[in-house]
Design a protein around this ligand. Sequence first.
Ligand code: ATP
Ligand code: MG
Length: 392
Amino acid sequence: MNEIILLKLGEVVLKGLNRRAFEDKLNANIRRRIQHYGSFHVYSKQSAIYVEPQGEDCDLDGAYGACRQVFGIVAAVRARSCPKDKDAIFHCARNYLDSELRAAKTFKVETKRADKHFPLNSMEISQYVGGLLHDAYPHLKVDVRAPELCVHVEVREKAAYVHGPSQPGAGGLPIGMGGTAVSLLSGGIDSPVASYMIAKRGVQLELVHFYAPPYTSQMALDKVIQLARELTSWCGRMKLHIVPFTEIQEAIHRSCPEDHFTLIMRRFMMRLAQAVARRTGAKALVTGESLGQVASQTMDALAVSGQVCELPVLRPVIGMDKQEIILISRKIGTFDTSIQPYEDCCTVFTPRHPKTHPHLDEVLEYEKALDIDGLMERAMANVERMTISMHG
Ligand code: ATP
Ligand code: MG
């Protein structure tokens, strides 16, 4: 097969002294993400990462797809290796990129030579291989400025490599470099997108979901587990903390004015998420709130629900329109699951006229009717934990 995967590092390159730590983290993340596809040798050299299959049974397609979803990678390409010989390089380019060479009208060859003992320099290699390709594909014109197809040749210590244009990677920073945050995952469209966006900045996520049986069904919970699983191809393996919310909702329903249900419920969610953060060492919370989207997401409501938090609350979709969020949701593959019509605990006791401009002192007054500590303690005592990984 002789095919390998070449990955280009993103912002990691800019991190100066931390670069080594970034690369190690990134390589470890890649290894973990592709282990399911066979045995690979993963190592970095000069702001590129090499992923070499160690046997014929490796699933290179699977590994390539997985690598493109690893944060910290800006570009990916598959390359064919060949002996370090100028004619072998030409034959390799011709065989490996035949369909691209047929389809293009203009091309050039660009060579990088890491092995300075190779008898030709980069320019000479490009000219030699380019000349032979030109003869083999007479329709092709050379265009060194803006060619349709750039044939890349790399001459390294062990072998030479040939590849065509690269494809974009996931961007962002390697997960684990940015600490840990607790993400509140509902079954909706927004919170999976918010989770993805924060993970992209190098943050390991702990997921929290509130469920309220029998008001919410097993199907609603399965949907959230499915969303979490879909996120793992970007966010890696995560813990999902499933927090029972029924008693809290019933208590609010019983003791608080209807127009404040959602708001007081949201304050409980933030408190509980923060308790999970304390257990797991997470340093921030993540929500899918977007300014003005619903009554509980006006600036006043956000101030009142955020008031219970000591940790920073990250709201990456706060300034985005629904359509913009949906676009990302489609791109990351969570949209179809998100739109399945199962009820969320938020929708169970929805007030007819929710308060859009709440006052904190009023809310504090209403909450006096509740045994906040007892409710929190019992919910936290019955949290279920699941490890969510991509392959079961
Ligand atoms: P989403 O599409 O993410 O469900 P939404 O627009 O429906 O968001 P809300 O239902 O008000 O908004 O929830 C706001 C945020 O609160 C969600 O984005 C999510 O982070 C969190 N959240 C809501 N319900 C739950 C839940 N059952 N479990 C965990 N987090 C939740
Ligand atoms: Mg929701």
